[in-house]
Design a protein around this ligand. Structure first.
Ligand SMILES: Cc1cc2nc3c(=O)[nH]c(=O)nc-3n(C[C@H](O)[C@H](O)[C@H](O)COP(=O)(O)OP(=O)(O)OC[C@H]3O[C@@H](n4cnc5c(N)ncnc54)[C@H](O)[C@@H]3O)c2cc1C
Length: 418
């Protein structure tokens, strides 16, 4: 690194922060010192068995960053999708909508990837690119003329041009920057677990809309045999319940919990068993009043938290990383300041509309589908049935979910290198 290189400190090595660090370092090389700080860097990423749906646009970005070839063998393409709408005790779950999971040229609209696999590959790529990985938190910061003074965990000072707060939904750095947070709870929690099953999922994702919220079955790459269960296939579930019902469910006898799971999961995939311990995440909506402060940018969940009904939260965070990387890189190539007001303003305007729109869509979908009132059920089932009969509209929805319709998307999301 050259002596007068700019320094960018990223607080938070989740998937959004790591993607940004890699994009910046790959494009700018010795011209920038990218410092990634997170106490979680000391932990083994492979322990995280949560799985995410990575949309086609985000996959193109990971490919452009050179990470996808390593992740792909462990990723399960979603080949089609089935949506049902019923009550829990209904004897059958009528299918209202089916989607073929491909966008243009047969590219799957999304892949299921475990957080551990993706984090491990991004970390390795960051290490190889020369990102400075510091297993410590960012404690605070203060503004100085032309710089931001960052304080790390043990009190170590670090002077930078830009601080990126990628420290998750409960971002302390956002709070410290005095940036407001508009938020409301959903009074729902999502129980997440990996389920082993007897029959092949054939790459099908299923979403059952139930009165307490959506219950999603998302296919994972087959492991051969799932250890301790003797079953050959795996899927991830996102089981939404009213928050007050969740502790009782999770503390119930394992056989009772499995019975409750079977009532929702159904028998299509044969015998089932828990492969991982179920874990509950309280759900809420949140959006920062501004995505930037003086020499600070918010990224990923630190900037916005949405309902997981459409599996888009991380995809938005990767979109933030692609947008911020492009704006910073373009400015620095012209000799600009990566933390300058023009750069930060451009980032704010590049992301505000998209994030607000996705927040509204997921909020409305959740209110519409987690509702047992008969007129609402009839109206939404009519809507689902109509969409199912319109192939053009279905193609539009699937391409929207894949994130491939926006011609002005950042270059990385179009699969182009920076
Ligand atoms: C049930 C559920 C299912 C979901 N499914 C999907 C899906 O299928 N697809 C999808 O796109 N999204 C999904 N999401 C959303 C997704 O999980 C999040 O949007 C995403 O993980 C956020 O990533 P991030 O990097 O912004 O933050 P995080 O992953 O929260 O990372 C923040 C990091 O910051 C670190 N940190 C905290 N404080 C500091 C500090 N002071 N200094 C340094 N580091 C710090 C933490 O240790 C952590 O590693 C789901 C969410 C839920 C709840």
């Amino acid at each position: 690194m050259s002596a007068d290189a700019s320094r960018i400190v990223i607080a938070g090595g989740g998937l959004a922060g790591l993607s940004l660090a890699l994009a910046l370092k790959q494009a700018l090389g010795d011209g920038v010192d990218v410092v990634m700080c997170d106490p979680a860097l000391a932990r083994d990423p492979n322990g995280d068995r949560r799985a995410f749906a990575i949309a086609a646009a985000a996959r193109r970005m990971l490919n452009a960053l050179g990470v996808w070839p390593e992740v792909e063998p462990k990723a399960q393409p979603i080949l089609d999708m089935t949506i049902t709408d019923s009550r829990l005790h209904d004897p059958v779950r009528p299918v209202f909508l089916t989607f073929d999971g491909a966008v243009d040229d047969g590219e799957p609209f999304a892949h299921m990837v475990t957080s551990g696999d993706l984090t491990a590959s991004l970390l390795e790529a960051c290490r190889n690119a020369g990102v400075s990985l510091r297993p410590t938190g960012v404690k605070g910061f203060s503004n100085e003329p032309g710089r931001i003074a960052v304080t790390l965990g043990e009190g170590e000072p670090l002077s930078a041009h830009l601080l990126v707060a990628a420290d998750g939904a409960r971002s302390k750095l956002r709070e410290r920057a005095g940036i407001g947070w508009i938020a409301w709870p959903y009074r729902q929690s999502a129980i997440v677990a990996t389920i082993a099953h007897e029959r092949d999922h054939e790459g099908r994702a299923v979403e059952h809309f139930l009165p307490s919220g959506p219950f999603a079955i998302l296919p994972l790459k087959d492991p051969g045999t799932v250890p301790d269960t003797g079953l050959p296939h795996r899927s991830s579930i996102v089981w939404t319940e009213r928050s007050d019902a969740v502790p009782v469910l999770l503390e119930s006898h394992p056989e009772d919990l499995l019975l409750e799971l079977e009532r929702r999961f159904g028998l299509q995939l044969g015998r089932i068993a828990f492969d991982t311990r179920p874990h509950a995440y309280p759900l809420s909506f949140g959006i920062a009043r501004s995505f930037v402060g003086e020499r600070i940018a918010l990224l990923g969940d630190a900037a916005h938290v949405i309902h997981p009904i459409a599996g888009q939260g991380l995809n938005l965070g990767l979109h933030d990383a692609a947008a911020l990387a492009e704006i910073v890189i373009d400015a620095m190539r012209l000799g600009g300041d990566p933390g300058g007001a023009d750069v930060l303003d451009a980032y704010e305007s590049a992301r505000r509309r998209d994030i607000t729109a996705m927040g509204v869509v997921t909020d409305v979908l959740n209110r519409l589908f987690s509702n047992d009132a008969l007129p609402v059920r009839l109206a939404r089932d009519l809507g689902l049935g109509l969409v199912d009969r319109m192939p053009g509209l279905k193609r539009f929805f699937i391409r929207e979910a894949a994130g491939t319709t926006n011609r002005n998307a950042p270059r990385l999301l179009r699969g182009e290198a920076l």
